[in-house]
Design a protein around this ligand. Structure first.
Ligand code: G6P
Length: 608
């Protein structure tokens, strides 16, 4: 989703901005632009489509300067065209601004400004902000920005430059991520660390309602909205540029699928010592767990599917009921969470607007909160009582893979820790589970060996209009995740059905040759799901089975069987997802899609 970047320093800003924007590409965008303070005016270039268009336009221009801002736009208000692309400028073209977020009261502000004689060129909420700054401008861009942002309702991270204050870059935020990089030659600002890491490891995370003034003279100041100067911690990050390279793979998605065994092992090494769970004070005590009246899990997309698996695992191991809800649904429905509830949030990015909003809602009620998050220091990690990181490194591909399996590993640890503390399992039993978890990375490797089967399936399904996934219980959840992966990367209509529910409608869709992928890893439902395969093939379905079992009925009814390694049933989702990820990857390639950046999708969904 939209990404912003800014530079103010001794170097030429143009290439730094373009390189910075390239790092934000994966978030998803459909137009891009930059503004740079030139000798006598602000120079702006915008382009629709991929960043190469912007790079080509920039190469043809002779724009140079030391202060600039850049943006990748994922259209929300108004279509993806040049007028709506950022940066947006005031009518006098003396102030330029980039924005990530959504301004909810922009129509009211727009009417007010139109009444004052302002004219608008775009359909965006962003143009309203820059005109509002113009309205308040009396010679000082910091003060004008502050007066303007105090009028805004909604979310924003802004980068602002002004021809009247040509030596400074203003950065301000509320409910959208923004961080600053302190470089040897000046300063950077960005929606995320990936575009800064090449220049410095000294990072300041801006909090909501803070405004930064970055000066060309090497000085910077950060204020709250009362203009009191505030001291911010400079964090030294150890992220290196290699972790965001493709490392020899053709695509990030494939690289990230292959990183899973190592990522899961790394996580287990951090979460266990000598077969004991090691969460130090990172998790709740026995007394606190006993007091939880309810356990909720809230997330979006793939992270929601990790939550659904965790629901099964926590229920099985602790006997406690778990409710799992999609954040965007939770936010606008009646809430039954009480102050003694535990609410677990799951998110790769830690920036998903709907999930952040759920945290707000739950905190108002006073419930205990914890988050399973990948991106360190992201907004979510600062909002909850306890944080469990995934430590799987940056996930660049929009389709989430290694974040999912490390979320699962974390959540299994949470389930086991709770079960032990509640006396539902003994230390000996815990060790058996932990031993099995340690076998998962090697078992994942087995699914990464022969890639031909996935390529063959991709070839067979690439022209289908619809493909279905089925399963029961935990396998249904894995089916949903497999279906989501295939849908996002292949653009083929996919849907997951609970096997037992097929007869209640979806069976009507089956005809000769309908492709169905089915997941069978749970002993207690194997025979039932296998019988459903009989029903499917009787109606002409063409079955691919992902299974831990060597079952006669399954073999008889499946055109292709992908055998995954055997494991305890509750851990099977970590293994059954790998073939689904690879089928999705190769189907996307077979269709010639942009596998790492599927159309219309964004990696960090920072708007509701
Ligand atoms: C987007 C991404 C998905 C992700 C979902 C939730 O849709 O494309 O891969 O699962 O957001 O994001 P989060 O960062 O909260 O896990």
């Amino acid at each position: 989703m939209c990404g912003i970047v800014g530079y103010c320093g001794k170097k030429d800003a143009g290439n730094i901005l373009l390189e910075g924007l390239k790092k934000l590409e994966y978030r998803g965008y459909d137009s891009a632009g930059i503004s740079i303070i030139g000798e006598s005016s602000i120079k702006t270039i915008k382009s629709v489509g991929k960043l190469n268009n912007l790079e080509e336009n920039f190469a043809l221009s002779s724009i140079s300067g030391n202060i600039g801002i850049g943006h990748t736009r994922w259209a929300t208000h108004g279509e993806a065209n040049l007028q709506n692309a950022h940066p947006h400028l005031n009518s006098k073209m003396t102030i330029s601004l980039v924005h990530n977020g959504i301004i909810e009261n922009y129509l009211d502000l727009k009417k007010e400004l139109i009444a004052e004689g302002y004219e608008f060129k775009s359909n965006t909420d962003t143009e309203v902000i820059v005109q509002l700054i113009d309205f308040y401008f009396k010679g000082n861009i910091l003060n004008a920005t502050l007066n303007a942002v105090k009028r805004l309702k909604g979310s924003y991270a802004l980068g602002i430059i002004s021809m009247d204050n040509p030596g400074e870059l203003i950065a301000v935020k509320n409910n959208s991520p923004l961080l600053l990089g302190i470089c040897d030659d000046g300063f950077m600002m960005s929606s995320e660390i990936s575009s800064i890491v090449e220049h410095t490891n000294k990072i300041i995370y801006m909090d909501d309602l803070e405004i930064a003034q970055l000066n060309l003279n090497g000085k910077y100041k950060i204020f709250n909205y009362n203009l009191d100067e505030i001291e911010k911690e400079i964090k030294i990050m150890d992220l290196n540029t290699n972790s965001i390279s493709k490392n020899g793979f053709d695509h990030y998605m494939l690289k990230e699928i292959f990183e899973q065994p190592h990522a899961v092992k790394n996580l287990l090494n951090k979460r266990t010592i000598d077969k004991r769970i090691n969460l130090s004070d990172n998790f709740f005590s026995k007394e606190e767990i006993e007091k939880f009246s309810q356990i909720y899990i809230i997330a979006c997309g793939t992270a929601f599917h990790a939550g659904e698996v965790a629901k099964f695992a926590i229920q099985k191991l602790t006997g406690k009921q778990v409710l799992c809800e999609i954040a965007s649904e939770f936010n606008y429905n009646q809430k039954f969470v009480d102050e003694d509830a535990l609410v677990i949030f799951i998110s790769q990015s830690g920036e998903t607007a709907d999930t952040l909003m759920s945290i707000d809602e739950v905190k108002k009620i006073g419930a205990k909160t914890m988050a399973v998050v990948n991106v360190e220091n992201s907004t979510m990690t600062r909002e909850v009582d306890k944080v469990m990181y995934c430590y799987c490194g940056p996930e660049i591909s929009v389709a989430s893979t290694k974040a999912y399996t490390t979320q699962l590993a974390n959540l299994y640890i949470v389930a086991l820790d709770m079960a032990l503390k509640l006396g539902k399992i003994t230390q000996e039993e815990l060790e058996t589970y932990v031993d099995e978890l340690y076998t998962i990375p090697e078992k994942m490797e087995a699914s990464l060996k022969d890639l031909n089967v996935y390529k063959e399936i991709a070839d067979e399904i690439k022209h289908e209009k619809s493909i279905y996934y089925t399963g029961r219980g935990m396998d249904f959840t894995s089916a949903k995740e497999g279906s989501l992966k295939l849908k996002e990367t292949s653009y083929i209509h996919t849907e997951a059905f609970a096997s037992g529910e097929l007869k209640h409608g979806s069976m009507a869709l089956m005809e000769e040759g309908t492709k169905v992928l089915t997941v069978l890893t749970q002993e207690h439902t194997l025979n039932k799901t296998a019988s459903n395969l009989e029903e499917l093939t009787s109606r002409g379905a063409y079955i691919y089975a992902i299974t831990t079992y060597d079952n006669e009925v399954v073999s008889k009814n499946s055109k292709k069987i992908i055998r995954i390694a055997d494991t305890m049933d509750i851990f099977a989702p970590m293994l059954s997802v790998v073939p689904s990820q690879l089928i999705a990857y190769y189907t996307s390639l077979a269709k010639g899609n942009d596998v790492d950046k599927p159309r219309n999708l964004a990696k960090a969904v920072t708007v509701e």
